[in-house]
Design a protein around this ligand. Structure first.
Ligand code: UT7
Length: 329
């Protein structure tokens, strides 16, 4: 009998820029204050990628670090899947550029545009490439240079977002480690509440779109907040139920870091104590597709082989989902 192939995470690499943007810095730019930002979002500071650099400059070092940690050559990688909403350019894909920068000469690569769920979509896609037997080693990366699409005169969005990215290596496994199950959802009706107005084929860039600030994030915070609390919690609960697990069986929840209040609500819904929830929003803010792999990067040394981990995300689109992983090392 042939053994079932699963996609196990076998290494993590990450990168955050050195430059920090603190709540005190933002107090000098917009009408806000540290107390409001901390209590409404949980954020204390974010990282900013300065200079003429793009998302590939966040992800190439993350990929290089991951390869070094695992001790393998970039030539062994079959494919790279990148979740991002801030590609270096409209085309080629950021994955294409990262393959070049990190020397993945035998890999093909493509981007997944699913906003804050980008890493989760990419992880499920990368895992499917392994499970099918088509690829042996796939890198899944998520990252965003959110500072490139943030309007720093809009206090409702500029306090939330930051820059950063990270990557995981997926390898074929026959002992049952890795991605176990995944529920992914999408609802384009949510576009009304969170999108970028111009720069795509619908509304190409013009002097007018620039003057109207249409190349920045447009977000209606409250409807997104409400949909995120419900979406992330519902899908996480459904994932546990269909795998016959309860909160007691889960070692860690890795939630998208958009707002600490959304994260707390998701943990409460699946009956998980808050000390089992990865939370680094205070240091990086919301790095969109970067938040989840950056959590895995920060917590890597605390993870144990066999740990059940639930990853959950909600973001623009709307897109959302949850994935169950058995940690492999
Ligand atoms: O990751 C992608 C998905 N995005 C999300 O999940 C984000 C979801 N939304 C949120 O996290 C929250 O809605 C925000 C953090 C964006 C806003 O928090 P909120 O508790 O929903 O605030 P609000 O929009 O209801 O605004 C409350 C008040 C308003 O003042 P009034 O009308 O009550 O006088 C705002 O003008 O807070 C004011 N406000 C601020 N005050 C100080 C809004 N932004 C700020 C600010 N500093 N930065």
């Amino acid at each position: 009998m042939t053994q079932k192939i699963t996609a196990a995470i076998t290494a993590v690499g990450g990168f955050v820029p050195e430059d920090k943007l603190t709540n005190a810095d933002l107090e000098k730019i917009v009408d806000t204050n540290d107390e409001w930002i901390r209590s409404r979002t949980g954020i204390e500071e974010r990282r900013i990628l300065k200079g003429q650099k793009g998302t590939s400059d966040l992800l190439a070092p993350a990929v290089e670090q991951l390869l070094k940690k695992r001790g393998i050559s970039p030539l062994e990688i079959d494919a790279l899947v990148v979740g991002t909403v801030t590609p270096d350019m409209m085309f080629p894909s950021t994955a294409n550029l990262v393959c070049h920068k990190a020397g993945l000469k035998n890999a093909w690569g493509f981007d997944m545009l699913a906003a804050c769920s980008g890493f989760l979509y990419a992880l499920t896609t990368g895992a499917a490439l392994i499970e099918s037997g088509r690829c042996k080693k796939v890198i899944v990366a998520g990252g965003d240079k959110m500072s490139s699409i943030v309007d720093y005169s809009d206090r409702t969005t500029c306090i939330i977002f930051g820059d950063g990215g990270a990557a995981v290596l997926l390898e074929a496994n026959t002992e049952g480690y890795g991605v176990q199950d995944s529920i992914l959802r999408s609802d384009g009706a949510g576009c009304a509440h969170l999108h970028m107005k111009a720069g795509g084929s619908l509304r190409p860039a013009t002097a007018e779109t620039v003057a109207n600030k249409e190349h920045f994030i447009y977000q209606e915070g409250q409807p997104v907040f409400k949909a995120a609390v419900k979406g992330m919690a519902d899908v996480s609960a459904e994932l546990l139920e269909r795998n016959n697990l309860t909160g007691d069986d889960i070692a860690w929840l890795v939630p998208h870091q958009a707002n600490k209040r959304i994260i707390d609500a998701t943990a409460d819904r699946i009956g998980l104590s808050h000390d089992k929830v990865m939370l680094n929003i205070q240091r990086y803010g919301n790095t969109t597709a970067g938040t989840i792999p950056l959590c895995l990067w920060d917590w890597e040394s605390q993870l144990k082989k066999g740990d059940n981990i639930v990853i959950a995300a909600f973001g623009g689109g709307f897109t959302w989902g949850a994935t169950l992983i058995k940690w492999g090392y």
